[in-house]
Write a protein that binds this ligand. Sequence first.
Ligand SMILES: C[S@@+](CC[C@H](N)C(=O)[O-])C[C@H]1O[C@@H](n2cnc3c(N)ncnc32)[C@H](O)[C@@H]1O
Length: 252
Amino acid sequence: MSTYGPETYGERNADVYDEWHADLDPTDAVEYLADLIAKGPTGPVLELAVGTGRVTIPLAERGIDLRGVDASEAMVALLRAKPGGERIPVTIGDMVDVDPGTDDRFAMIFVVFTTFFFLMTQEDQVRCFANVARRLLPGGRFVLECLVPDLARYQRNQSVDAHRVDQDHVRLVAVRHDPIDQRFDGQHILITNEGIRLAPVSMRYAWPSELDLMARLAGLDRVHRWGGWRNEPYLGTGTHVTVYEKPAEPPA
Ligand SMILES: C[S@@+](CC[C@H](N)C(=O)[O-])C[C@H]1O[C@@H](n2cnc3c(N)ncnc32)[C@H](O)[C@@H]1O
């Protein structure tokens, strides 16, 4: 059995990623992030796990100095092939190290679409927060969009959902939940007349309160928690958009 590493999701999903997520409109995220960037310190902005550039490319079109990091060459190749994508500097590496190979400091670092949970242990998530805090400029922000785990979906710690069913195409999502390590291990199972194709996805979830504690350990202050990109109130379910801030350095 092959092991699941930082590059596995991207390498096994890249060819279907944009098609399967075509209905995910980045407009609200781009609006929110652009507004926050305009109110923060001046400097480059980094997306952790930038993928095919779904959010970063339209954000860069606003004249913002965007960078990216991603573990998958296959995902980044798709970003580079898109108009505007070739101008965005992307490092291939593990986001736990934030931006391996550079020492740049950032006005904002963000990670969307629950991808922070692709760091598979609490230790790596804590380490990522610490590295983010080290690489932010004073007053810089760390923005996360994460799902709030809905454990009621799992009976006997497992679930199967039919995402698409039509004449020649069935897509199922099968997930096992490990409540001890807070893991979801899943497979997107695509069944067509040509055969079966598996696209794995695993994540280690954290509760919003656990993320707040990681931020506090890293010396970051929570400044916003919304229920979405349009400043909807956070009601404890669905997804949350949370903004942490690195305190400005006291005057000398
Ligand atoms: C669900 S996609 C999100 C891509 C993009 N941010 C978006 O919103 O469309 C997850 C991305 O995370 C990347 N990834 C997973 N684990 C990673 C890690 N430890 N370090 C860097 N990138 C990682 C994958 O290669 C993939 O591009």
